[in-house]
Write a new protein. Structure first.
Length: 168
């Protein structure tokens, strides 16, 4: 009797078909890794902004200026509104290390009343999400549907930070 060595052509075809089916069903899970990464980085930025705004507020409270709404107070180069960083680069943007090297951002002036102190809105997304010519355009940032929104609280409380991630 001869010893059978190897696989038949039919066995190889069946194995390739099974591997193909597995690849097609598993691929979408692995292809969404980049969107999960973008979402995670947005949540990381939100956490950083939340903590830094609280730190700045604590410093403002120690100096007795936590309720100041003149918009003229500055702590360590960070402009304040009600004790928290303003919704501008010289406010919250200054609290994040290397912010302008990884993110694109701008003040969103399209919302009603957003130019008034206490109503300002700051938006930020990834540099990779926009063309270099559009990087400072708040409308283009919002059009990515993958951005963070930092809004001053006009009642004097903690800023409202939200994440829009449907486009990540």
């Amino acid at each position: 009797m001869r010893n059978k060595a190897g696989f038949t052509l039919m066995e190889l075809v069946i194995a390739i078909v099974i591997l193909g089916i597995l690849a097609v069903t598993a691929a979408p899970k692995f292809l969404n890794v980049s969107s999960d990464t973008y979402r995670a980085k947005l949540h990381e930025l939100k956490g950083s902004m939340t903590e830094m705004s609280r730190v700045i507020y604590g410093k403002a409270a120690m100096q007795g200026i936590e309720n100041d709404i003149t918009g003229e107070r500055v702590i360590e180069g960070v402009e304040l509104w009600g004790g928290y960083p303003k919704a501008i680069y010289m406010g919250i943007g200054k609290t994040i290390l290397d912010f302008n090297q990884q993110w694109t951002f701008n003040q969103d002036k399209s919302e009603t009343g957003s130019k008034k102190p206490g109503n300002r809105v700051f938006v930020a997304t990834f540099l990779k999400k926009l063309n270099i010519k559009d990087k400072d355009d708040a409308e283009k940032i919002k059009a990515t549907n993958c951005y963070l929104r930092y809004k001053e609280n006009n009642t004097g409380g903690e800023p409202i930070i939200t994440i829009i991630d449907s486009g990540c």
